[in-house]
Design a protein around this ligand. Structure first.
Ligand code: FE2
Length: 291
């Protein structure tokens, strides 16, 4: 049975998963890796994302395993995603200086993120924001004009935490990254996962895990266990039990009265925002055609 916060809100927060000393050591390792592999940093989401970091440093692998095998984290993951859940990506994500943010969206079915706070993030700038309970809404976020970050930044609740804390959220929750005008460095160790029963495209690094110093990470990130190859380089995660895990049960779920009330609030905002967005698009296109 998954915990109540994940069931009702679509996310949960866990305090002190690593100690301050451990988190400081992890921060040093991550800073060094971001300098060493600066040419590999992906900036397409307006933050600095260093992809596939497992195997780059022995102590880093140790800490990733320590976070994932923490009894509270492990229990929440297994109860929400099923025992056979898989790790898709292990990245660091640093929002620094001026950050335009990232529009509100949902990700693929069965996806969930583990968000480890490398440093304390107590201001709503450059941090991830979520709309509580939106994992129970239909998948319409990307179609709504209100998903534009200039509007959605007022609708999302910032995910704040102290260094060493960890949040877990279902990626069906409406989420994005809040913009920042200030010079803040928000550092996150992001572990993307898929639940059992779902299908995903592994990262290229998952095909050879010989450099990773943790059997646990290898079993979750590698492609040797509990996977069935489908097509187009995709893999389906075998289920450990008959019923779907909670992360898949929420797909196509019937709306109850409370969710309908919450959803109608967003529709109400959309009624005002959509004509403004359409008018702006029209004006922009008109100016382009004149120049
Ligand atoms: Fe996302």
């Amino acid at each position: 049975m998954t915990n109540n916060n994940i069931l009702n809100q679509g996310f949960d927060h866990f305090k002190n998963i690593l100690s301050k000393e451990e988190t400081l050591e992890l921060e040093n390792i991550i800073d060094e890796l971001n300098n060493k592999y600066s040419d590999r940093i992906d900036r397409c989401t307006n933050a600095n994302v260093l992809l596939s970091i497992a195997g780059l440093n022995k102590k880093l692998d140790f800490y990733i395993e320590k976070i994932l095998t923490n009894p509270k984290i492990n229990q929440t993951l297994e109860n929400t995603l099923g025992k056979n859940y898989k790790i898709w990506q292990i990245n660091t994500r640093i929002s620094s200086g001026k950050d335009m943010g990232l529009s509100m969206h949902e990700d693929s079915p069965g996806q969930a993120n583990i968000w480890f706070f490398i440093n304390t993030q107590n201001k709503p700038e450059g941090v991830t924001g979520v709309v509580p309970s939106s994992h129970l809404f239909p998948r319409i976020c990307k179609k709504l004009s209100l998903s534009y970050i200039g509007v959605s930044k007022f609708l999302m609740k910032p995910m704040l935490g102290e260094m060493g804390d960890c949040s877990i959220f279902l990626n069906k929750v409406w989420h994005g990254r809040l913009p920042s005008k200030k010079n803040v460095d928000n550092k996150i160790l992001a572990i993307g996962t898929f639940c059992e029963g779902s299908e995903y495209t592994p990262m290229p690094e998952a095909y050879d895990t010989s450099n990773i110093n943790s059997n646990f990470i290898v079993s979750k990130f590698g492609l040797k266990e509990n996977l069935k190859s489908t097509n187009n380089n995709k893999y389906q995660i075998e289920k450990s039990e008959e019923k779907d895990p909670y992360a898949l049960q929420i797909e196509g779920k019937k709306l109850n009265y409370n969710i309908l009330i919450k959803l109608s609030f967003y529709f109400f905002i959309e009624i005002f925002i959509r004509p403004i967005k359409l008018s702006l698009n029209f004006l922009l296109n008109y100016r382009k055609s004149q120049s």
